[in-house]
Design a protein around this ligand. Structure first.
Ligand code: FES
Length: 272
């Protein structure tokens, strides 16, 4: 698990004004929405006696620990210790870590590290999300597996003929052909052309279709799948695989398609 990267940790729609606990890279965070709509992320571990901040109330964009009432502001600094008498000052070390947060692609991205903003790697790219020709849906997969295994599964084209035989895989031609690899600063893509069975509405084979497939990785935790289908139809899958801990991964996936922009068609996209 790598520190000093942006990680998608939650769906934007799931973060409200009440704190919520999320787990990332083996540590718990308390996240909540401030009055101005900005999402704040603090360590969930109160530095006093380890209370869980995500179980406490929010007051003026500060969160109050439910155990002894220490109050932390958006920067993680403790600004009130209710048990202290007036002459006592708040120690400098009474603070929890606060993390930068951005919302993009309908996901909450938290920078888990300590690099200054100018030195941070970028949030992974997903240009189709902003493209008005594309319609998007979201979902979550939970895996009992290390995130590296999950990424490996995402870019493993040899499973397509078997697992996706009813969409773009061709079980009659499972051989992996030569593919072209293109590299970018933070990742790579490998493209391969598949000839797959064309199916009618009832799933019956009706000839073949050519599908150009690109699988990719954007470091350290995003895997992508681009499908160029016949008749200009395109589907893009963006998987942000959050390492919850060493043996657990939560995948926030976003799928964009430039056809059938209707809710009734969503189950077909999810199934494929
Ligand atoms: Fe949080 Fe005591 S444990 S205030």
């Amino acid at each position: 698990m790598f520190k000093n990267f942006w990680y998608a940790c939650e769906l934007s729609t799931e973060v409200k004004k009440t704190p919520k606990r999320v787990r990332a890279l083996g540590q718990d965070l308390a996240i909540y929405r401030a009055k101005n709509g900005q999402i704040l992320a603090l360590s969930d571990l109160c530095v006093h006696r380890g209370g869980s901040l995500s179980m406490g109330p929010v007051e003026d964009d500060c969160v109050r620990c439910p155990y002894h009432g220490w109050k932390y502001d958006a920067s993680g600094k403790c600004v009130e210790i209710p048990a202290n008498t007036a002459e006592k000052t708040i120690p400098q070390r009474a603070r929890v870590d606060a993390y930068p947060v951005e919302e993009r692609y309908g996901l909450v991205w938290i920078f888990l590290g300590d690099l200054p903003s100018a030195e941070r790697p970028p949030i992974p790219e997903f240009p189709e999300f902003e493209d008005p020709d594309y319609y998007t849906i979201w979902g979550i997969f939970d895996w009992k597996a290390n995130y590296e295994r999950v990424i490996e599964n995402g870019i493993d084209i040899a499973h397509a003929p078997w697992v996706h035989k009813n969409s773009f895989g061709n079980v009659k031609d499972p051989k992996v052909k030569d593919y072209e690899v293109t590299c970018s600063e933070w990742g790579f893509k490998a493209s391969i052309t598949l000839v797959s069975p064309r199916r009618d509405f009832f799933g019956r084979e009706r000839g073949t279709k050519v599908v150009t497939t690109s699988v990719g990785v954007q470091l350290p935790h995003v895997s992508t799948l681009d499908l160029d289908l016949p008749n200009g139809m395109k589907m893009r899958l963006f998987d942000a695989n959050l390492p919850v801990d060493a043996n657990t991964t939560r995948t926030f996936w976003v799928m964009a398609r430039n056809f059938l922009p209707y809710r009734w068609a969503d189950p077909f996209s999810r199934k494929s």
